[in-house]
Each structure stands twice: as C-alpha cells, then as structure tokens.
Design a protein around this ligand. Structure first.
Ligand SMILES: [Zn+2]
Length: 296
C-alpha cells in the first residue's frame, strides 16, 4: 500500500491529531461500560479551545477545512473536505457520500456491534453474527441502507397519515414511532439518524423502541445538538394540547418540524424508558447515543 500512515498522520491538523487518542479512549470505555452499571454514561467535555465563544452561530470551534481519515461506512481512505457551514452535515466521503455525522454513527456501531474487528459497515454486514440480526431502520435517508437492506432481517418504514400503521405503501411499511405495530421483542438493533428530534412525544418513541427490542438489543441513534451540549432539553413546541404551539421559531428538516433541542438529560429520558444509555462521544455538534435494553 503506497500510502504510509506516517505521511497521513503528518498531514492531519493538530486538532485531528489531538482527537485521535480521545476517540480510542472513549471506545474502550464504552466497551467496558456495556452491560456495566446501569447509570454509566459518558460525554466528552470540551477542551478550553473548544469552549471559546462561537465565531459563527452554532459553532464553538473552527474545525479544519479538511482532514484525512478512513470512512467508517465504506472504508475509503481519503481527504474529507468541508463543503458547508455545518460540521456534522459536511465533510462528505468522496466514495459513499456519508457526512461527518453518519461516519461518526458508523464508528459507534462498529465499536458496539463488530465481533471481528470490522473497520467499516461493509465488513460488518458480512459478519455472520451481525447478518443474522433483526434490524429496524425507519426513514428514507442515509448511507447505511444500501449496506444493510440486503440482509434478511432488515426492515425499514415510512410514515404517511393516510396509511394505516402496519400496512404498506409501495412495499414500504407505514409506522408511527410513537405507536409501533411490531410485536414486543422483535429486533436486535434499531438505527435512527436525526429522526427523534421530529417525534412529537419522544418519551413515547423511546418506550416503543424499548418494547420492540429484544433484551440486550441496542437503539443507536443520532440527533442534532448544539455544542457544548446543554444540560437540559429545550422544547421548541408545546405539545401538551392536541395542536402544536410553537415556543421558538419553527425549524424544519426536509419539511419535518423539530420538536426538541436535546441536552444531556436525553440520557435520563432513555433510562426512564428502561434503557441503559450512553453518550459515547460528542464532538462539536455531533453526538451518537447508544441505548441498550438490559438483559432479561
Ligand atoms: Zn465512505
């Protein structure tokens, strides 16, 4: 292989170099914590440099404009180049298109799900134990689907108000995350990527993902956050009545209203649903959450 790691490492920015050991450490700690004490959870506190006031709204650091890394989704080693304001939505992989947040979520999935040291999701999907899992990934978007949809236990869903939940439209099952139609203990793994900020009553959604997971099953998900992560979740909408009442300016992603800006208490919400919850790593505005249904 002509590319030497020494050369690649030299070209990494100081910021990226400083992050590398922290990532390994977080992975190790998470590996130890799974199945450990019920309230164990981790978040990486910002360094002094990261905690400086934002130069642009929503950002606490100015990350490098590009960095070299291995894509945890497809395995391609390349330079990820910032192509927009957001950190989490940019730095796309030149091979599979996965943005920073998807690659981060993929790293967390590998840390928790690979039994054979897979370095990317293609390798993970080829692991016999993983390929036998029952997996639920609601929604339409993202680079995980083409890798997992060939697996026999993979299920996706959409939501249409005019379709009965549990019925299909164009071959896709309609599901409301607050009231799933699956039987109890159906899945080993649930993946959601930037979906739960759009769930009107997320506590009902988490209760449902808990219900349909088998004991020991994982719900691994991303939600958009501001960094440093707030201590408490900020509701954007009053949902106490039948109609939505805006508390803040309406924010939409792909036409879907955002109900909550989640904070650290997301872990408490998950534990209230019965999960053992971890924030394995939070850097800039990228966080992935691992919620594990305890063994029976
Ligand atoms: Zn990729």
């Amino acid at each position: 292989m002509p590319l030497t790691l020494t050369g690649a490492r030299r070209r990494l920015s100081p910021v990226k170099r400083s992050l590398a050991p922290r990532v390994r450490s977080a992975r190790q700690r998470v590996g130890e914590a799974i199945g450990g004490p019920p309230r164990a959870h981790y978040g990486t506190r910002p360094s002094k440099a990261e905690a400086k006031p934002a130069a642009q709204p929503g950002y606490t650091t100015r990350p490098p404009d590009s960095y070299l890394a291995m894509c945890a989704v497809c395995g391609r080693f390349s330079r990820f180049v910032r192509d927009g304001l957001s950190v989490r939505e940019t730095f796309p992989c030149t091979e599979c298109g996965a943005s920073h947040r998807y690659r981060h979520q993929a790293e967390v999935m590998l840390a928790h799900l690979s039994r054979q040291g897979s370095a990317n999701l293609d390798e993970l999907a080829a692991e016999q134990e993983f390929a036998a899992k029952a997996i639920f990934e609601p929604g339409w978007l993202g680079p995980f689907r083409p890798r997992f949809s060939p697996l026999p236990g993979y299920v996706t869903s959409g939501f249409w108000p005019d379709v009965e939940p549990g019925e299909t439209r164009d071959g896709v099952r309609c599901e409301n995350l607050e009231a799933l139609t699956f039987d109890d203990e159906t899945f080993d793994l649930i993946i959601t990527s930037d979906i739960f900020e759009h769930v009107r009553h997320p506590e009902r959604g988490f209760a449902e993902t808990f219900r349909v997971l088998r004991p020991g099953g994982l719900h691994i998900f991303s939600v958009p956050v501001r960094w440093p992560l707030a201590h408490t979740t900020r509701p954007r909408v009053d949902v106490s009545g039948p109609e939505d009442v805006l508390l803040l300016d309406a924010e939409y992603h792909y036409g879907s209203l955002v109900y909550n800006d989640f904070g650290y208490d997301l872990v408490d919400q998950l534990e209230a649903a019965g999960f053992h919850a971890l924030l394995p790593r939070a850097i800039n505005d990228t966080v992935t959450v691992v919620a594990r249904r305890p063994d029976a």
